[in-house]
Design a protein. Structure first.
Length: 167
């Protein structure tokens, strides 16, 4: 049996954790499984940051998960950019949770890849070569969309999450 991995999201002051999210929509509020129509981002503003983690809930017959990768596919529209702390080099280690904001976040300034990275870009235990051999979380993936005043509201893209399992 394969490992069971979900994507968890943390929100709010004091960190409320949702262990298995249904979407990673971005918007003008700090909310899990957000409806972007109800919380649109005004062009020229940033979305609220998302603090998400791989959540290993069961190893099944596997012995470990490793090589965590995240990337976005699909166009954002206009000159909007998707920024993150995920990176394949100069990784800053395990970020700590902070109440999500709609302003720039130190260390979450790398452009989100738009194709699968060649190697891990999110760590386990603060290290890109980290391995998870028990239930628990990866490092935080922090990401947000930065819009320009000339952008048009409404774009769709997909955030991809990938990991390797060791039998």
């Amino acid at each position: 049996m394969a490992a069971t991995v979900t994507i968890a999201e943390s929100n709010g002051a004091g960190e409320s954790i949702t262990a298995s999210i249904t979407n990673t929509n971005m918007g003008s509020t700090d909310a899990v499984n957000l409806d972007p129509v109800a919380y649109p981002v005004t062009p020229g503003n940033r979305t609220y940051a998302k603090y998400q983690r791989f959540n290993l809930t069961d190893l099944g017959t596997s012995s470990a998960i490793l090589n965590l990768k995240v990337w976005r596919t699909g166009a954002l529209g206009g000159s909007a950019t998707h920024v993150t702390n995920a990176r394949t080099t100069s990784y800053g280690g395990a970020a700590t949770y902070a109440t999500p904001v709609a302003t720039a976040i130190s260390g979450a300034d790398q452009t989100m890849p738009t194709s699968e990275p060649a190697s891990a870009n999110l760590g386990i235990g603060g290290d890109l070569t980290g391995t998870s051999t028990a239930t628990g979380y990866s490092d935080y993936l922090i990401h947000q969309i930065v819009t320009d005043a000339g952008d048009v509201i409404g774009s769709t893209s997909t955030l991809n999450y990938q990991y390797d399992e060791v039998a």
